[in-house]
Design a binder for this molecule. Sequence first.
Ligand code: ZN
Length: 327
Amino acid sequence: MTPTETLLLDRLTAGRDHLANLASAAHEERLADLLRRVDGAIGALETGRWGTCCVCRQPLAPDQLAQDPLLQVCLECLTPEARRALERDLETAGRVQRALLPAPFTRCGGWEVAHLWEPKGAVSGDHVDFIRPLRPGDPLHLLLGDVAGKGVAASLLQAHLHALFRALAPAGQPLPDLLAQANGLFAQATLTTSYATLAALRLASDGEAELANAGHTQPLLADAQGVRPVAGGGLPLGLFPDSVFPRQDLAFRPGQTLLLYTDGWTEGTKDEEEFGVGRAAAALGQSFHLPLPELLAACRAALDRFLEGAPRQDDLTLVAVRWTGEA
Ligand SMILES: [Zn+2]
């Protein structure tokens, strides 16, 4: 047994005893079913069958196994009924996740903020949120994150990030402290292999802004003079409990627009060639003067033109923020 498997066996055995107690008390059919699946996984670990499909004996996909260590049947061997149940679950999860999204376009003080959120499948590992101040005059928080991995596991961690920042941001601590606190909690609550990149902005009511970047793509700042990346930042959230997150101060001039994006935009690939930051910056340069929802649509369309129908490989989220100067 590998060290990971030994660790998993310990955790499953402990969880199994807990479940057995619950199930006998409540006679819950679902709990009993879960108990059968845990027993199955423990048996498979003990006999060296864990990680292979019990129907066709082929290895299970590692990413699916990482999401669900109780998995015993590959997708191809699922019954049509089980497959439909899985699809229904995914659709519901997608609806739950959509309900967490902020409005696509928001005005707050002299700021305009817009986003475009497109999961590749039913759910997304991209995290976008605008957190309005409790008191007028306090800063607005804007967050864009990208959880490592894909699918349901990534979407669960996205929901976790959503709750963390909703709970922590209104206290109004400096941005590096906010990220440090969120990082510590995220690292504690997730597997050692889980992490998320994140860019956080605090927008003050006078056009001043703070930016802290936890390993996320470099935002692009656009105005009539051109488009330039805003460099700098720290490590992703969740990797090390004591990471530090440097802060950068930005003073927006009226009309200046900052674009945050997940790598689903710049890393869109056709014939092994990436869309890339160069094309992304060019698309923004041509559209920075447009109203924000149109700007985002134009940036998205530039990727589509590049892909020429080739499928997108990742979730994609764009967020644009503009200082109007009319506080
Ligand atoms: Zn199979």
